[in-house]
Design a protein. Structure first.
Length: 658
């Protein structure tokens, strides 16, 4: 971006000084639903005091009435309250009427949503047949994204806005006549070149893309509006939604919000990634409807979404948390809290993972070398042998006995103190000490202690009903007191192995806001149940990767598929995952079509994108390097592209590079 572009983004990123928290009217410690206006979609109301609605999207061809009706039925039976269908042309838009009539005959009146890209005329038709139409500001009037760097004068830019106005107002009038709601759905992956030219690929650009349309809605007094801002990057998604809430508040708007992490993937990774992003926003009372986008059957999304909503909603009502926001914290553009490193914890180090190993026979069991915990809590008993590559945490009284009998061992073993053992910290010699704290417990004592002991790492725990707010409160208290001790968040659960998916969802949701706020120097997950230690560790590492804090495995950015997907998405994902799962740190995008494909996987190393019936195009970064490959050959082409790109080119003499 040039200097002018940067200025546009910085104007939006300044926090509003409207309350003593400086957090755009949202209390980050005490959970309350954001006060959104009510939008009605058919027989479903969202916003206001209405429950958070859950929804999904069909993957069928919208021209196939029978298949679409059957899939809508399955989504509704699973608990879906709205169902979206891809609507790429007028034929699909017209056939929505047939789908709706067939569902009505079955006694199903769940609102249908038309998903429109690239063709505003299609939106006009769809608005006459279904309860809501989703349009994408990135391609409603602006042409599809090409990643070209364009330059506009202010006058030229204003003329482009007039084009949006001229095309959008007639659509709003059609919606008004038909009592059709509108979703303004911005995707990070499909920002227009025009927006990119002025704001860059930033949350500020994402928000302005949305606001251009919302200002027209407000002027035209069209209030039946829902907004979504989505990205495959959870940090971008959360910061953009926070920024949008701030900007709407500045402009006296309070439309309801649809939340989702787009292209989240499948299986455990998709669930964890969705819970990190969506959970971070729900934790602040933001969100009126959600969709968990998984590369699976659409009805599989509904139980995940419902579990996530229920888990966060259960935090209210709760006892008040009397806390203050630290002066250095910016809710809409948080940076990592400044800390002094203690060994490899804090400072600029990636967050560490601490794991329990109470069974001495399993202390050194490792199934994935890249996901080996940084510290192992062993309670009171040392294992028979100490691995030179491991660091251990031991109860402080047992540690004191160890230090007196085996002074060499304490070079790898560190003490942990409960909050009521603060006076003993000065008596123990150790390079690293851990102190378990809860907000509000003897704060004067632990603040005084930490000022004199920079070698102490705080282990932040909470038994509060709203533990995210409670844990935030402790860190903000330390921050405001000028303390730079690193903080590790310890989260406790009780789940059986059969409930592993629920454990992963809860842990990811609990850590979402804490990570994106920049408060996390480590994560310690504990589970009282039979989930294996290795699965608990993998969850911790997966949560950190979902928040872009630490990479320990291959990341797959894959869409859930829809009627635009013209190849077998799920089997393709499985083949690519199996062939590339060993490539730590690699990002691979697997996309059904070009709507969001090249954009959402812009930071991916390689991309696989549907280009037409049975055809696939391959990308390296943002560049399309192979076009229209037959689907049957495309995976092999992708693997060859990856292999060739990762293999160093030999020098002219055939010698290896220095």
């Amino acid at each position: 971006m040039n200097e002018r572009d940067n200025n546009h983004g910085e104007e939006l990123l300044q926090p509003i000084d409207t309350d003593n928290e400086g957090t755009i009217g949202i209390d980050i410690f005490n959970l309350q639903r954001r006060n959104a206006s009510v939008t009605t979609v058919g027989n479903v109301a969202m916003g206001g005091n209405n429950p958070v609605r859950v929804q999904s999207m069909t993957t069928t061809n919208t021209n196939d009435t029978e298949a679409s009706v059957a899939q809508v039925q399955r989504i509704v039976q699973a608990g879906g309250e709205l169902v979206r269908l891809t609507t790429q042309g007028k034929r699909e838009a017209e056939n929505l009427q047939n789908i709706k009539q067939a569902l009505s005959k079955l006694g199903l009146h769940t609102p249908l949503v038309a998903d429109v890209h690239f063709n505003a005329n299609v939106a006009d038709v769809a608005a006459q047949h279904v309860e809501k139409v989703r349009i994408n500001p990135g391609n409603y009037v602006d042409p599809g994204r090409t990643f070209k760097q364009l330059e506009y004068t202010d006058e030229e830019y204003a003329e482009e806005i007039k084009k949006i106005d001229a095309r959008f107002v007639p659509f709003l009038n059609i919606c008004r006549q038909n009592n059709t709601a509108v979703r303004i759905g911005v995707n990070h992956g499909s920002l227009s070149d025009r927006i990119m030219s002025r704001y860059g690929d930033t949350p500020a650009g994402i928000v302005e893309s949305c606001m251009e349309f919302l200002r027209i809605c407000k002027r035209e007094q069209f209030n039946n509006v829902v907004i979504s801002i989505k990205a495959s990057n959870t940090v971008v998604m959360v910061q953009s939604v926070r920024l949008l809430v701030q900007q709407m508040r500045l402009e006296n708007m309070n439309y309801p919000l649809h939340l989702g992490v787009t292209e989240a993937g499948e299986g455990e990774d998709g669930r964890i990634k969705s819970a990190v992003g969506i959970g971070a926003l729900l934790a602040d009372g933001i969100g009126d409807t959600i969709r968990v986008s998984l590369s699976e059957e659409p009805e599989a999304e509904i139980p995940v979404a419902r579990a996530l909503v229920n888990y966060v909603s259960a935090r209210t009502p709760h006892l008040p948390i009397p806390a203050k926001v630290a002066n250095g914290f910016n809710f809409v553009a948080p940076e990592r809290r400044p800390t002094m490193p203690v060994a490899n914890i804090g400072g600029q180090n990636p967050p560490v993972v601490i794991s329990n190993r109470m069974d001495k026979n399993k202390v050194h069991v490792v199934t994935n070398v890249d996901q080996t915990p940084d510290y192992i809590y062993i309670g009171r008993h040392l294992p028979a042998t100490l691995s030179p590559q491991r660091r251990y945490i031991m109860d402080y009284d047992a540690y004191m006995q160890l230090a007196s009998t085996n002074p060499q061992a304490n070079e790898q073993v560190y003490p942990i103190f409960p909050h009521n053992a603060v006076p003993f910290i000065s008596l123990v010699q150790a390079d690293v000490k851990f102190l378990v704290l809860q907000y509000g417990a003897d704060s004067e004592e632990y603040i005084a202690c930490l000022k004199h002991h920079p070698e102490v790492v705080v282990v932040c725990m909470s038994t509060h009903k709203n533990k995210v707010g409670d844990q935030r409160a402790l860190v903000h208290e330390l921050w405001q007191a000028g303390l730079n001790n690193p903080v590790v968040f310890a989260q406790m659960y009780r789940h059986t192995n059969e409930e592993k998916d629920l454990f992963q969802l809860k842990a990811a949701a609990d850590m979402g806001a804490l990570m994106i706020d920049g408060l996390t120097d480590g994560i310690w997950l504990m589970n009282d149940g039979d989930i294996s230690d290795e699965d608990v560790d993998a969850t911790a590492f997966g949560i950190l990767q979902a928040a872009r804090l630490r990479t320990t495995k291959t990341e797959y950015i894959s869409c859930p598929g829809c009627g635009r997907t013209l190849y077998d998405l799920r089997s393709t994902i499985a083949r690519i995952r199996e062939a590339t799962k060993h490539m730590k740190g690699l990002k691979i995008g697997i996309m059904g079509c070009i709507v969001n494909g090249p954009g959402e996987m812009a930071d991916a190393d390689f991309g696989y994108v549907g280009a037409g019936p049975g055809k696939v195009s391959l990308y390296r970064k943002k560049e399309c390097v192979e076009k229209n490959i037959d689907e049957k050959d495309a995976v092999e082409h992708l693997l060859r592209l990856i292999e060739n790109s990762l293999t160093p080119n030999p020098s002219p003499r055939g010698e290896g590079r220095e």
